[in-house]
Design a protein around this ligand. Structure first.
Ligand code: B12
Ligand code: SF4
Ligand code: SF4
Length: 336
């Protein structure tokens, strides 16, 4: 017996609705499917630009990775703007705790779909913003981020490979929504000139690229990092497309908790940070390397004894940043 194509389409739409309902139960605000087409343009761009550590995991051809992949489920997890830093309270962008939470929620969704007999792989690494545009969830702004009509740019985008069929009716949805108005505020506000007229075509200048990556930060960028332990949201904060939202709570991390010779206190802070942003991101040497830069930017002589010790570190980024920080503190008159 031949099955009516309309009935088949409706059955698949039911799947997308179920996926959306389950995703919402787990804390995602939005979920939509896009067909698992390749990301050739992104692949080409990545090959043309300087290699970035953050791009190492990226893949571009879902169908070649696994023949079962028919679609990517694009899951959005919104978050509040992070509190601005005060004194020596450190800035941790709310994206990171949100991303950690969304990652675990996606694993639970994968388990549920798998238990129902679907093919599902959570947290797959394809160009997420482009997938979200394809799924009709928003538009790309000049700051190179996805702007959604409901949450602005402040969303974590999680991709899940599935064998569900993406409905073309659903993917049309967001075409008429307003995206970037091209005001240029993001480009003007970026402290390191990473955003140009066509979008962010200089990711290697973005401050975030040098935070907690364990690499030596180029000297001209070190002061611009200010008191940011992880993340920068300047190009989002100035964007007029953000909806009004209250600020998140302050990070709860101070520089004195990290730049310390009390090994037990340092480990306790690092493990608290790991619980917030993920243990992989909060590795002790990466934290020390970043904290050294912030100590230099604080100009406070109180950190000199610990920095002297760190300046002997076998870990290059810790050593180079600690030496630079000692120099900055001396220049600020704190080392006399
Ligand atoms: C590498 C990376 C970085 C690098 C480079 C960023 C860059 N802009 O190239 C660095 C470390 C600098 C970085 C910084 C940040 N990142 Co980042 N990053 C990534 C990562 C891992 C890969 C992005 C990438 O290189 N893609 C390849 C390039 C070539 O593709 P692309 O940038 O997506 O560009 C494509 C689309 O924009 C598309 N496109 C452009 N215009 C249009 C228009 C239309 C109509 C269509 C269809 C497509 C399209 O064409 C391009 C080529 O295909 C993604 C996660 C992921 N899996 O995608 C997160 C991701 C992009 N980052 C994210 C975030 C939150 C940040 C930060 C805000 C973190 C922070 N708080 O500090 C900053 C913001 C900096 C900025 N303004 O971009 C979020 C973005 C969420 C959002 N709303 O868009 C992502 C998606 C992570 C996630 N899972 O949520 N990041
Ligand atoms: S995240 Fe910060 S450094 Fe990176 S592009 Fe935006 S404003 Fe510039
Ligand atoms: S600040 Fe202006 S130019 Fe930049 S992304 Fe937002 S609307 Fe677009």
């Amino acid at each position: 017996m031949e099955i009516c194509p309309l009935l088949m389409e409706m059955a698949w739409m039911m799947d997308e609705r179920t996926l959306r309902a389950w995703a919402q139960e787990l804390g995602f605000a939005k979920a939509a499917l896009c067909p698992a087409e390749s990301f050739e343009r992104a692949h080409q761009l990545v090959c043309e630009q300087m290699p970035l550590a953050e791009r190492k995991q990226l893949r571009f051809y879902p169908g070649e990775d696994d023949a079962r992949i028919r679609s990517l489920a694009v899951l959005l997890w919104p978050y509040l703007p992070a509190a601005m830093t005060q004194g020596e309270t450190l800035f941790v962008d709310s994206y990171y705790p949100a991303s950690n939470a969304a990652y675990h929620a996606a694993r639970r969704l994968e388990e549920r779909l798998t238990a129902e007999g679907c093919f599902a792989r959570a947290n797959v690494s394809y160009p997420a913003k482009e997938a979200a545009v394809r799924a009709g969830l928003g538009r790309i702004g000049r700051n190179s981020l996805l702007i959604t009509p409901e949450f602005g740019t402040r969303v974590v985008i999680i991709l899940m490979a599935t064998d569900l069929k993406a409905s073309t009716m659903e993917t049309e949805r967001c075409r008429t929504n307003e995206g970037c108005i091209g005001c240029g505020r993001c480009a003007a506000a970026c402290p390191s000139g990473a955003i140009d007229a066509h979008g962010m075509t200089h990711p290697e200048r973005c401050l975030r690229n040098f935070m907690m990556e364990g690499n030596v930060t180029p000297e001209p960028l070190r002061r611009k990092i200010g008191m940011r332990l992880l993340g920068c949201d300047i190009c989002q904060r100035v964007c007029p497309m953000q909806p009004d939202m209250p600020q998140d709570e302050a990070s709860g991390f101070s520089l004195a908790q990290l730049v310390t010779d009390d090994a037990a206190a340092f480990s306790e802070t690092v493990s608290r940070l790991g619980a917030l942003i993920g243990r992989n991101a909060a590795r002790p040497q990466r934290v020390r390397a970043q904290a050294s830069l912030l100590a230099g930017n604080s100009g406070s002589a109180a950190y000199l004894p610990v920095l002297r010790e760190w300046a002997q570190s076998p870990f290059e980024a810790v050593r180079v940043h600690a030496l630079w920080a000692m120099e900055q503190i001396k220049l600020a008159g704190g080392g006399a």
